[in-house]
Ligand binder design. Structure first.
Ligand code: DNO
Length: 364
């Protein structure tokens, strides 16, 4: 297991690589050329610059999060072949700088959705929150504007301007095609790309839909164990896997996360884990919260134990943290609470490893 933190390069982050380097146990970053638009080939020189910047700080860049998929691929338009070709060229370039894992998503139009990026908890911290009725009442354009206005000037991953311009039209398009057709578009992409991922030794790790239920009539696919099984069955390559995001999957009270972690880790299909907790207020309303099991509804120890016992050897990053101690940062991605989360998760990992033989009889 390697513990990493997300980092936005070239002046787009309030957190520095030097600070990340000082978080105990931190070996690298998950990063991206976040200012490029979906469909562009990632230039090799920018990638080498990124690698050098990270290496200068004594960290590794082995995970890219994410290379966004052009909407024409998700829509299954004839132009998708051109964008798939460019995606493969980007994979080749990522291979050149030694990338081992790529986190991506296949969510139509929207990436993640929240009703509030700065909701105050009783302890005075701020978190991102989701209230289903409020999200439904907003039209997506209004939600996009309100999310970007609260991003404190940083780019919001998943809410890139080019995505937003077309939003209303795209939503209508997806409403018309339906989920069965959407799965076909996923398969078309995988059939074309996974052989190259394998050739370039890059593990592809799809991120679950966040939140994991239908919104605005858009197809949602990576939402629960059954859908993940179906997704994995579309290609048998070990390079075809998932990002196990406990916050996204855990937003649905129906998902049993330790059991899902055990099932997919034992198949070698979890390449990356985003670990965070979530506090439910009702079935479809939740607040993000501190990482500790006691602060939310997920049993973080049981999840880490399931990953560890089932041979998980990928990357873990602490996911969204609270905004604490007066920090001003991109929502979810401040330094302090993610650093607390990272050390907590490292502690859970150590405990799981040290008790593995006595608990399971299986040596580490
Ligand atoms: C949100 C992130 C997502 C994730 C993408 C991966 O904070 O977890 O934006 O990076 O879905 O493609």
């Amino acid at each position: 297991m390697k513990m990493i933190m997300r980092y936005f390069p070239f002046g787009d982050d309030s957190v520095t690589l030097g600070q990340i380097r000082q978080v105990p146990g931190m070996s690298g970053v998950a990063t991206s050329l976040s200012r490029l638009t979906a469909g562009e080939v990632w230039p090799l020189e920018s990638l080498f610059r990124l690698k050098a910047e990270v290496a200068d700080a004594g960290l590794e860049v082995e995970v890219i999060e994410s290379v966004n998929i052009h909407e024409d691929i998700k829509k299954g338009l004839p132009s998708r072949d051109l964008y798939i070709e460019r995606y493969i060229q980007t994979l080749k370039n990522l291979h050149e700088i030694g990338i081992k894992c790529l986190c991506y998503n296949f969510m139509p139009v929207l990436d993640w959705a929240r009703s509030d990026l700065s909701h105050s908890l009783e302890d005075g911290s701020q978190v991102m929150a989701y209230r289903h009725e409020q999200v439904l009442a907003l039209n997506p354009d209004t939600m996009a504007l309100s999310m970007n206005s609260k991003a404190r000037g940083y780019s919001l991953p998943g809410w890139e301007p080019e995505r937003l311009a077309q939003m209303a039209k795209d939503i209508e398009f997806y409403q018309a095609i339906g989920v069965e057709q959407y799965w076909k578009h996923i398969k078309y992409f995988l059939d074309a790309v996974i052989p190259y991922a394998q050739q370039y030794d890059i593990k592809m790790a799809i991120h679950p839909d966040d939140p994991p239920w239908p919104l605005y009539g858009l197809p949602k696919v990576i939402t629960n164990a059954e859908h993940i099984r179906h997704f994995l069955s579309l290609n048998s390559s070990p390079y075809h896997g998932i990002t196990f995001c406990t916050g996204s999957l855990g937003s649905s009270m129906e998902n049993d996360l330790p059991s899902m972690a055990a099932e997919f880790a034992s198949q070698g299909r979890i390449h990356f884990a985003h670990l965070r907790n979530v506090k439910h207020l009702s079935k479809q309303d939740f607040d993000e919260c501190a990482h500790l099991s006691g602060c939310g509804d997920l049993d973080m120890y049981a999840i880490v134990e399931a990953l560890s016992d089932n041979g998980f050897d990928g990357y873990i990053r602490p996911d969204h943290g609270r905004m604490i101690w007066g920090e001003q940062a991109r929502p979810g991605y401040g330094l302090y609470d993610r650093a607390l989360g990272a050390t907590y998760l490292a502690g859970l990992w150590e405990a799981a490893k040290k008790t593995q033989v006595t608990r399971t009889g299986i040596p580490c």
